[in-house]
Design a protein around this ligand. Structure first.
Ligand SMILES: Cc1cc2nc3c(=O)[nH]c(=O)nc-3n(C[C@H](O)[C@H](O)[C@H](O)COP(=O)(O)OP(=O)(O)OC[C@H]3O[C@@H](n4cnc5c(N)ncnc54)[C@H](O)[C@@H]3O)c2cc1C
Length: 338
């Protein structure tokens, strides 16, 4: 059980800057995110696209903004819990007990939900039998490519992830690249490369096919792929990789007793607390009259929510308003010795 002052759900720009605001007022926090990387939408959806409306930064990409936010919270040595989706939130003696899908538990007087448009989840195969093999022979991301060495791997998808992994795994595995359309969507250089590898018999490409069945007991043995007009093929396969992009789901957040309005959480604008005491919502996931779904709004909301947490985390202390330029305590927290 991890005890802390605040748990932040979501490592997007809002959650990251809120961690900074908690740090400068002397509160500890832990950050949990379902993705395997920090940065939320900026890192996942537009890492290389320039953003032009971050105050005092005329232009920066999604990844640059994320890296700067990470740099800014370095002094607070915050622990990130990535690849973990928060599933349960239970009230215990006016504090909150929180559990992730990996079984990790947190205990805290405050929870800040900075969950954006929900957790990013991979789009999955619609074939029911796939569930049985998920996490064993069927994957939607690659954690350890060594498991595919000298195996037969069926890669589904037409975008960059499918093409990149087909190219990479063809070096040490037998690869079938399967796409439901004729044309691939990925970078032209990657499309050319897979076609070249096909000519050299280093991988096999099947277009206009979709997965129609999987068979095997505990271990995957065969897959069946099917064309729209009905033609089928059976392929002896050890592993399946599916790259169909991500969907966003509020998922478990809907079950925590929070008021929900059109997939967002209504909050007050004094400290962004929800209908539940000690639970705050900031960034894209919160709503109030005039809400703008912009990064700069998330920063402001995080600053006020952090101060809102103080009274529950330190009920016997009074929070003093201080400037970072002049406060000795803040400079100490930031590790500044001047
Ligand atoms: C293409 C594009 C361009 C954009 N351009 C701009 C721009 O120019 N300027 C601007 O201001 N804004 C822009 N935006 C909007 C901006 O990206 C969002 O406003 C911002 O990302 C919101 O930040 P957030 O931290 O609130 O949420 P997000 O960035 O969505 O991060 C939320 C995080 O919470 C995680 N999460 C959710 N639920 C759970 C759970 N149960 N357990 C664990 N983790 C969870 C998610 O995995 C996610 O990583 C753009 C958006 C897009 C898609």
């Amino acid at each position: 059980m991890i005890n802390t002052d605040v748990v932040i759900i979501g490592a997007g720009p809002t959650g990251l800057f809120c961690a900074h605001q908690l740090g400068i007022i002397g509160l500890k926090c832990e950050i949990i995110d379902n993705l395997n990387k920090i940065g939320g939408q900026c890192a996942e959806l537009y890492p290389d696209k320039p953003i032009y409306d971050i105050p005092a930064i005329p232009e920066c990409t999604g990844v640059e903004l994320t890296n700067n936010l990470i740099q800014q919270i370095k002094p607070f040595k915050i622990d990130f819990h990535l690849n973990e989706r928060v599933e349960e939130l239970i009230n215990e003696n006016k504090k909150w007990k929180l559990k992730t899908n990996k079984g990790k538990e947190f205990f805290s007087s405050n929870i800040i939900i900075a969950g954006g448009v929900g957790s990013f989840e991979p789009r999955k195969f619609s074939v029911k039998e796939c569930e049985k093999f998920e996490g064993k022979s069927i994957f939607y991301s690659v954690k350890d490519k060594a498991i595919f060495n000298n195996k037969k791997v069926a890669i589904f998808g037409g975008g960059d992830s499918a093409l990149d992994w087909a190219i990479e795994l063809s070096k040490s595995s037998k690869v079938f690249l399967i796409h439901r359309r004729d044309e691939f969507r990925g970078a032209q250089s990657s499309v050319n490369k897979v076609k070249e590898l096909q000519k050299q018999n280093k991988l096999e490409i099947f277009t206009q096919y979709q997965l129609s069945n999987v068979t095997g007991d505990s271990i995957l043995k065969n897959i069946e792929i099917k064309k729209e007009e009905g033609e089928t093929k059976s392929l002896n396969t050890d592993y399946i990789l599916g790259f169909f992009g991500l969907i966003m789901q509020l998922g478990p957040i809907l079950n925590w007793g929070l008021n929900i309005d059109k997939k967002t959480i209504p909050v007050n604008t004094e400290n962004f607390e929800t209908n539940l005491q000690g639970i705050f919502a900031i960034g894209d996931i919160c709503t109030y009259p005039g809400k703008l779904k912009l990064i700069l709004s998330g920063f402001h909301e995080g600053a006020l929510a952090a101060r809102g947490c103080f009274k529950y985390a330190r009920p016997n202390e009074k929070l003093k308003f201080e400037f970072t330029t002049t406060s000795k305590a803040v400079k100490e927290r930031l590790g500044i010795k001047k």
